[in-house]
Structure formats: structure tokens, C-alpha cells
Design a protein around this ligand. Structure first.
Ligand SMILES: [Zn+2]
Length: 248
């Protein structure tokens, strides 16, 4: 996400680093002002290790990059470096989330703990023109309404692991990932203006996910895709029609 030249990276899952470096036009990751990682699962942070190596070998001694994450992310990085936590701390200046409201360049960062298999922290970034919120991975939780409250763009995970009949059921009694329908419900509860579905279970039909979310959310629904660019703060803000059964 970029605002007034300030660049924040949200999660770095499998294969994201090459695309990020291409966008930056820098093989050593110059131009990143902050990184926010929602949780320590590899599909959300494994390419943080690639970024670490790019900085460690290409920009040693450069100012460290602020890294906002729950505990466990830095430790996982250090494990990939044979336990060299000191090197990791030289590249990334770790600040623990969730925390209070933090000024981040022209933005404000707010964070909420959400239920998942490991500590997961939802992220809300706002400035004068817009608010963007992102769940990371989560089960259904009332906090999702606060996280995405009136957001211009609410990025909600829509794993929908049950969309395909041969997918094994959730290993926990209480599901700790959302369906697309639940993602739509969360966006409606929050009063979000636009919803972006992401974190699709491999092989899922994304248009089916959009249709399921649309049964619960009346606003525009975007499907996350590689290379997708979404303008923020330039959209006319009209309240989306609300399903009658879901009062705000
Ligand atoms: Zn996860």
C-alpha cells in the first residue's frame, strides 16, 4: 500500500517478493518504509526471509525497516538463519502487535487480535482520504466489525475450505478460517464500502466465492489477484445497500 510516497507492505507469502521487488524497481528492497505481518504462518511471511537476505547482503548497515507483527514472526526468521536473531534484528526493527494506535508516516496503524491457529493480528491503516483494513487469517469474531468499520476497502480472507467436497474438515471444533459468506457478513457488520476477498483455498472457484459473499454484502466485491492494483481514496463513497436481515 502506498500513500504520499510512503510504502507499507502487508504480509509476504509464497512468491510475493519477486513481484514486490519489481514494483519497487530495486533488487535489494529499497523504498519500503514499513512491513506489517499478520501472523507467523509461512503463506503470510515466508518471503520476509527473502527480503531479509536482500537487505542483509545488499544493504548491510542501512537503517532497519520497522516490522510490525505478533510474536513468533521474528523467531521464525531467525530459525531460517540458523538462530542468528541478531542479524534479523539489524535488518528489521520489530514492534509488537497488537498495540495502540500508531503513527506510520502519513498513516495511522491500528491492530486487533483475531482468533486463528496461531496469534493473528488484523490491520487497519487510515489517513485523511481513506481507510484500508485487512484481516489476515481469522475465524468469525465480533472484532471483525471494529477492524473494518466504515473502511473504504476491507480485505477479508475467504478461505472457504469446504467449497470442494474432498477438502478435509477444519482440525479444530471452532473454525479458525472464514468462508466467503462469512467474509461478506463481516463486511456488512463493519459497514465497509468495498470488500476484497483473498486467501482462496487452492482450486476454489473465485466467482463462486464472490457470489456467496454477495448474498451477505451489498457493496462492490473485488477478488484478490496477482498484480491487481486498486486505487484508494478516489472512489465516490455511497453507502452500499444492506441485506435487510443484517442490521448495522
Ligand atoms: Zn494462517
Amino acid at each position: 500500500m502506498e500513500e504520499k510516497g510512503f510504502r507499507v507492505v502487508l504480509d509476504l507469502g509464497y512468491g510475493t517478493l519477486p513481484r514486490l521487488l519489481e514494483l519497487l524497481g530495486s533488487v535489494v528492497g529499497d523504498g519500503i518504509d514499513a512491513v506489517v505481518i499478520t501472523h507467523r504462518h509461512p503463506d503470510h511471511m515466508i518471503d520476509l526471509h527473502g527480503l531479509f537476505r536482500a537487505r542483509w547482503f545488499g544493504r548491510r548497515g542501512a537503517p532497519s525497516i520497522p516490522l510490525y507483527s505478533p510474536p513468533g514472526v521474528l523467531e521464525r526468521l531467525a530459525t531460517l538463519e540458523e538462530g542468528d536473531a541478531e542479524a534479523v534484528r539489524q535488518v528489521f526493527d520489530w514492534r509488537e502487535t497488537p498495540s495502540g494506535r500508531i503513527a506510520l508516516g502519513p498513516l495511522h496503524l491500528e491492530t486487533w487480535a483475531l482468533p486463528h491457529f496461531v496469534p493473528n493480528v488484523g490491520v487497519r491503516l487510515s489517513c485523511a482520504d481513506f481507510t484500508l483494513a485487512y484481516t489476515g487469517d481469522t475465524g468469525l469474531d465480533p472484532t471483525l466489525a471494529d477492524l473494518g468499520r466504515d473502511a473504504d476497502l476491507y480485505i477479508v480472507e475467504a478461505t472457504s475450505r469446504d467449497q470442494q467436497p474432498d477438502t478435509p474438515p477444519s482440525p479444530t471444533a471452532k473454525p479458525l478460517l472464514l468462508s466467503a459468506r462469512e467474509a461478506g457478513r463481516a463486511a456488512t457488520a463493519a459497514g465497509a464500502h468495498r470488500l476484497m476477498l483473498t486467501h482462496f483455498w487452492p482450486g476454489n472457484d473465485r466467482e463462486q466465492s464472490r457470489a456467496e459473499a454477495a448474498a451477505e454484502f451489498g457493496g462492490e466485491i473485488l477478488l484478490a489477484a496477482e498484480g491487481l492494483v486498486v486505487p484508494l481514496g478516489t472512489q465516490p463513497r455511497a453507502d452500499p445497500p444492506r441485506p435487510a436481515h443484517f442490521p448495522r
